[in-house]
Design a protein around this ligand. Structure first.
Ligand SMILES: *[C@@H]1O[C@H](CO)[C@@H](O)[C@H](O)[C@H]1NC(C)=O
Length: 301
């Protein structure tokens, strides 16, 4: 009996390892958040980055590439699905950034402290913690995957993990960036069955919390709209994250990728496989999109 129990325990811990949340590659884990299961090119990735499949209540919610040194995300990737729901009022951190053997789902600092007998400072070695943002003047906790682009209490709640957050100037977060998230995205995604989004932050030269957390110089976002299993259109947006600026530039995906290549050190940046619909954008944006009114004609099923 005891032997059987031990065996079960071993099996359970093996299963848990197999589902770990900090993963070796997005090419094999939580691929559903990337267009054609393909993550962006490695040129965005800093040294000491972690790939997080964001788990809440035992389900994958979105994916984040996290910069442990700067304690901000590089990007979050998700499916755009705005809708109803409300979040639970709490902030999460990522247990597996502290220790790969810790639980696989996002959790509050208090719960982690209770469970593993560690301190807030221990948690803060690998990531930003609540305290880092408390005294940040004029800066919001800016979501890369925003709760407004998710449906249902659980999906919305899952976006409130600090691994999905960057210090973003309040004027931008509550101004032009919010307008892009709420209004521009709603307009641009009309007629799309699925829109894959990657939203990122370019590391900046300033920081908060005594150098612990980087303040990004730019926030950017890219979208790939799919209809009837075919790419329909793609676009990008970028904003300078500065106190005195409150402007989002909406641009072609290729132009965003070129700007990012410069900002990330010159190497080519590819955000979506085959550039999503880059080459067809001008054809499909206009009257030709009517051809997609029924999927059967296009896909033949
Ligand atoms: C939550 O998100 C997942 C993955 O993006 C999606 O499959 C699911 O339908 C969403 N839940 C609700 C209630 O919309």
């Amino acid at each position: 009996m005891l032997g059987l129990l031990l065996l079960l325990q071993v099996l359970v811990s093996c299963l848990r390892l197999g589902y770990s949340e900090v993963v070796p590659s997005f090419k094999t884990s939580c691929t559903k958040f990337f267009y054609e299961k393909t993550p962006p090119s490695d040129s965005l990735r800093p040294t000491n980055a972690a790939r997080i499949c964001q788990v809440y209540d035992n389900k994958y919610r979105f994916a984040t590439l996290y910069d442990r040194n700067r304690r901000i995300p590089v990007y979050s990737a998700y499916k755009y699905q705005p809708g109803k729901g409300s979040r639970y009022d709490r902030w999460f951190v990522e247990p597996q950034l502290i220790n790969q053997n810790y639980r696989r789902y996002m959790d509050t600092e208090d719960s982690i402290i209770d469970t593993y007998g560690i301190t807030s400072a221990d948690i803060g070695k690998s990531q930003a913690i609540d305290q880092d943002y408390v005294d940040a003047q004029g800066l919001d906790r800016g979501h890369l995957c925003p709760s407004g682009h998710q449906t249902g209490d659980d999906n919305k709640t899952a976006t409130f993990t600090l691994t999905n957050i960057v210090p973003q100037y309040s004027t931008l977060n509550q101004g032009a960036w919010k307008e892009y998230e709420d209004i521009t995205m709603a307009q641009k995604t009309q007629g799309c069955d699925t829109t894959y989004v990657i939203t990122g932050a370019v590391p900046g030269n300033t920081d908060i919390s005594n150098g612990r957390v980087n303040v990004p110089s730019h926030i950017w976002s890219a979208a790939c709209c799919v209809k009837c299993n075919k790419p329909l259109r793609a676009w990008g947006a970028i904003a300078e994250n500065e106190r005195s600026k409150n402007k989002v530039k909406v641009l072609e995906l290729l132009d965003l990728e070129n700007r990012l290549a410069g900002l990330y050190g010159g190497k080519g940046v590819t955000l979506f496989k085959n550039a999503c619909a880059r080459n067809k954008a001008h054809i499909l944006d206009g009257e030709a999109s009517d051809d997609f009114s029924t999927c059967q004609r296009i896909t033949g099923y």
